[in-house]
Design a protein around this ligand. Structure first.
Ligand code: ADP
Length: 551
């Protein structure tokens, strides 16, 4: 029997229309570094997105055309987020922290014709432009030295001039909800970067999930400090989700250092914030050095890499309740989120649930696969590679401009279409995921696996340790053994023997897993989105660049 329901496509233009009318007075607040931040209502964003779409159409942007943004988190970037997909083109957010060669490769692979860039990023864009073969137009927004683009082969436009006088409404086309709306390349830790293309439908459904009470669950009474960059998996879906519910967005623009972030929290009083652990470690240090009133901020979403328990506890003590979440570019990104089940709330067990990666939402199916391809039970003990599927999970990568074929590498997609995440962990019988490692970071010692994350979390709970990363290094006897690289806090006195003894205390870490190789480093190298970059550490070790003590 056919249903009798209307068939209305799930389109980003609907989210925009809803947000800019029903929640027209909600605001995007952009930090400017001096004086009052810049405030723009959702209604204004809606009108300006329509004007931008008219301008892009006049520049020849067609349906299906990837259109790049090289921007910080700010109101204009939100306008691009809605204008580009709503008119049928594809928003292509560019990660401004990638090495320039990789960025050029990505723009050429997607064949962006137009790039909208913040003026402050022209020092990055200008030298790159001669290598961007398809870029015909650059639209510049916000402060920055325009003369850097003198003599550029692409036509240069001012954002404000370009949209000035254009109509404030746009007859958004009724698109196929399955067509591409936005794309994002993974940072390509091995091989070339891979393009994930989100559909209108996937973005829409993902936004509804983000808004659920058991996910972030924000309302128009909230203000969210969106620290996670808009080029990092659509800022975890926040710009779309907030336009559904009227949550105000506080955008830090380029002011991502702990000092300005603390200032933003104190003066604009956000109730929620989202970022990777590194940002929160920095903020914690800042707040200890210079206490500020951050009491408005009661909910903090941490994901992107494992949240150390010590960090969660420290934030809890400040009254900011951390909610841990897991995901990846290929999962839009929300894959799990750690809201503890009702029966443990208020008990000693609650923390153990909160520190897991979390529970799968209804639309994300999961399974664990062992080394021989066998299905592993959800018993909280059997560890295997996590595979997922669902309406906002990638089933392939973009093949590149000029091809119609998508890429389905066998190490990333199973024969029956599930995404192989490359993450190793366990799932409890009530559906909570605990990741022990990324497959490529696991330490294989004498046929047993040692979790680098477990060692790092234990080390970072020592009061003298600011950061710690543990990597596998070759060992004649065991195949691989852990190398502990430690960043000590200022004035810290702990030596390696003390730290090793600390790990062994109370059976925190099994004796055979304790590292014998130790080194102190100044800072853990970070990836373009602020995660520990372990391949750099492995390379430094291999090249003899680390001063290692054996105990
Ligand atoms: P990249 O691959 O460039 O790091 P992603 O942002 O897509 O880009 O990274 C996804 C990966 O980040 C996941 O596969 C996982 O290894 C890691 N990750 C994300 N969230 C968490 C988390 N809460 N705990 C542990 N690891 C996480």
């Amino acid at each position: 029997m056919q249903s009798t329901m209307q068939d209305v496509p799930l389109l980003i233009s609907r989210i925009l229309t809803h947000g800019s009318t029903i929640h027209g007075s909600s605001q995007v607040i952009t930090w400017t570094g001096e004086g009052e931040p810049h405030r723009r209502s959702f209604a204004e964003i809606g009108a300006r997105a329509a004007r931008l779409a008219h301008a892009l159409r006049e520049l020849g942007v067609e349906e299906g055309q990837p259109t790049g943004t090289l921007m910080w988190n700010n109101a204009e970037h939100v306008e691009a987020y809605f204008a580009i997909p709503s008119m049928g083109a594809v928003l292509h957010t560019l990660n401004l922290r990638l090495p320039p060669e990789q960025l050029a490769w990505i723009v050429n692979h997607a064949a962006d014709r137009v790039v909208i860039a913040n003026g402050s990023l022209l020092p990055l864009l200008a030298p790159l432009l001669p290598h961007l073969k398809t870029v015909e137009h650059v639209i510049v927004s916000g402060p920055g030295d325009r003369s850097l683009l003198d003599g550029a082969s692409a036509q240069v436009h001012e954002y404000e001039e370009l949209i000035d006088g254009k109509p404030e409404t746009y007859d958004w086309p009724e698109l196929d909800e399955r067509q591409g709306a936005a794309m994002c390349y993974t940072s390509g830790t091995t091989g070339d970067p891979k393009g994930v293309v989100f559909s209108h439908r996937s973005v829409y459904l993902h936004s509804m999930q983000v808004n659920m009470a058991q996910s972030m669950g924000l309302t128009d009474q909230d203000t969210s400090l969106v620290v996670v960059p808009q080029f990092h998996v659509n800022a975890w879906g926040l710009p779309h989700a907030t336009f559904m519910t009227g949550v105000n967005m506080l955008m830090p623009d380029r002011f991502l250092q702990p000092g300005p972030l603390a200032e933003m929290i104190e003066s604009e009083k956000p109730t929620h914030a989202a970022a990777v652990p590194t940002i929160w470690q920095g903020l914690l240090g800042e707040l200890k050095a210079k206490p500020r009133d951050v009491s408005s901020l009661t909910q903090v979403t941490i994901g992107g890499s494992a949240c150390p328990p010590s960090l969660m506890k420290a934030f809890d003590e400040l009254g900011m309740r951390v909610c841990h979440a897991w995901g990846m570019t290929e999962t839009s990104p929300l894959g799990t989120i750690a809201r503890p089940p009702a029966h443990v709330v208020g008990t000693d067990e609650e923390f153990a649930y909160r520190i897991t990666q979390g529970r799968f939402p209804a639309s994300v199916e999961a399974r664990l696969t062992g080394p021989d391809g066998e299905r592993l039970p959800w018993d909280g003990e059997s560890a295997g590679e996590l595979e997922v599927r669902g309406p906002w999970i990638a089933g392939a990568y973009y093949g590149g401009h000029g091809t119609t074929e998508a890429l389905r590498p066998a190490d990333k997609f199973s024969e029956d279409g599930w995404l192989k995440t490359g993450d190793v962990g366990t799932i409890s019988s009530d559906g909570f995921l605990t990741l022990t490692d990324r497959a490529k970071d696991v330490i294989k010692s004498g046929g047993e696996w040692i979790s680098s994350v477990e060692l790092e979390n234990a080390l970072m709970s020592h009061p003298d340790v600011a950061e710690a990363a543990v990597v596998a290094v070759p060992d004649e006897k065991w195949g691989e053994r852990p190398l502990a690289t430690v960043v000590l806090k200022e004035g810290a006195t702990a030596d390696f023997n003390t730290l090793r003894a600390f790990l062994a205390e109370e059976g925190k870490i099994a004796k055979w897993q304790l590292p014998e190789r130790w080194t102190v480093i100044e800072a853990v190298p970070k990836t373009s989105v602020g995660k520990f970059d372990k391949k750099v550490l492995r390379r430094q070790y291999a090249a003899g660049g680390l001063d290692v003590t054996q105990i």
